[in-house]
Design a protein around this ligand. Structure first.
Ligand code: TRP
Length: 334
């Protein structure tokens, strides 16, 4: 069995890009009998940049409900909250003793976050990669599916694993393989504003919890023009983008229909295209939105899921921590 592990920072709502870029991949991995999947909410990591307790609670509730609504299954995968795992925090300290400040100083996300938020450059932000290494090494994960912005953090994890093994003359930690979304030929969902990808900070997103009316409005507002300039011309990026989204939410015959219309060079069908696109997005998101709203306020269920997850996860991490203590010499008076 391969151990697959990934953390999700609880910041804001999931959009279509997150869904097709990461979630669909998680769902596939969870179904694979060869995988033992661990997915967790990285609430401690989110505290490096956000500190409002109310907002934290809301975000964790939201993201957990969303992941469950999308189909992550607490029976198949282990779903837990990072801060429920005392072992991770303990391992974090132990691994910090092996983490060169010079390496942490080179981490690009640290530099970016410090620049964005010069009044809140805290020690936890600086040691973000150490906590991430603990998340991963506590399970000796084989595969870590992440976005490409996390690549440097994963390299830090690999270095930490090999430094530990070298320093203590063991072969205990595995170096995990990053599973960068881009390499997996997953779709990159573009934004509705003509260029680039869908992203929270770009403000061009369709969220899974958007009401149908909001989705219709956003799709209607997507950038278009008067139509093709001739027969069989190449599509400009903003039109190609609409087709990219259509391809993931609609059936192949619908895509073929509009593709043919494009090729004829005819104009005046973008209205229909957008109507169809909105409708098919709504078909995908509606059951998810309804489930999110059902689950979100079901404290008993959320508690049950996270307790079960934490128990299953602790069964693995307690063994790691005991081994690491032993290897590092923290086992007195046996
Ligand atoms: N840093 C990751 C992000 O921002 C979240 C994360 C925390 C994570 N711990 C992890 C991802 C361990 C993979 C493995 O998206």
């Amino acid at each position: 069995m391969k151990i697959v592990l990934s953390g999700i920072r609880p910041t804001g709502n999931l959009h279509l890009g997150n869904y097709y870029g990461a979630m669909v991949n998680f769902l596939k991995m969870q179904e694979d009998k060869e995988n033992n999947c661990f997915f967790f909410i990285a609430d401690l990591h989110s505290m490096t940049t956000h500190s409002d307790p109310k907002l934290l609670q809301e975000n964790v509730r939201n993201i957990l409900a969303t992941y469950l609504a999308c189909g992550l299954d607490p029976e198949k995968a282990t779903l837990y909250i990072q801060s429920d795992m005392d072992d991770i925090s303990k391992l974090y300290y132990l691994l910090a003793t092996l983490s060169p400040v010079a390496d942490l100083n080179k981490v690009v996300t640290f530099k970016e976050k410090s620049q964005q938020n010069p009044d809140n450059v805290n020690a936890a932000l600086f040691t973000y990669p150490v906590l991430m290494a603990s998340d991963i090494l506590a399970f000796n994960a084989d595969f870590v599916p992440v976005g490409k912005d996390q690549k440097q953090h994963l390299e830090f994890t690999c270095h930490t694993a090999s430094r530990f093994n070298q320093r203590y003359g063991v072969n205990y930690f595995k170096e995990p393989t990053p599973f960068i979304a881009k390499d997996q030929a997953l779709v990159k969902i573009p934004g509705l504003d003509g260029s680039g990808k869908m992203g929270k900070s770009e403000g061009n997103c369709i969220y899974l919890i958007d009401e149908p009316k909001a989705i219709e409005k956003k799709v209607k507002g997507a950038l278009t023009d008067n139509g093709p300039e001739g027969v069989n011309t190449p599509k400009p990026e903003y039109i190609e983008n609409l087709f990219t989204i259509l391809k993931v939410v609609s059936t192949p015959d619908v895509v073929a229909h509009y593709d043919n219309l494009w090729k004829t060079g005819e104009q005046k069908w973008y209205g229909n295209l957008k109507k169809q696109l909105a409708e098919d997005i709504i078909t995908v998101t509606t059951p998810i939105r309804e489930r999110i709203n059902d689950i979100k306020n079901d404290d008993a269920y959320l508690r049950k899921v996270t307790q079960l997850g934490a128990e299953k996860a602790r069964a693995v991490t307690s063994k790691t921590l005991a081994d690491v203590r032993e290897i590092m010499g923290l086992n007195y008076f046996k």
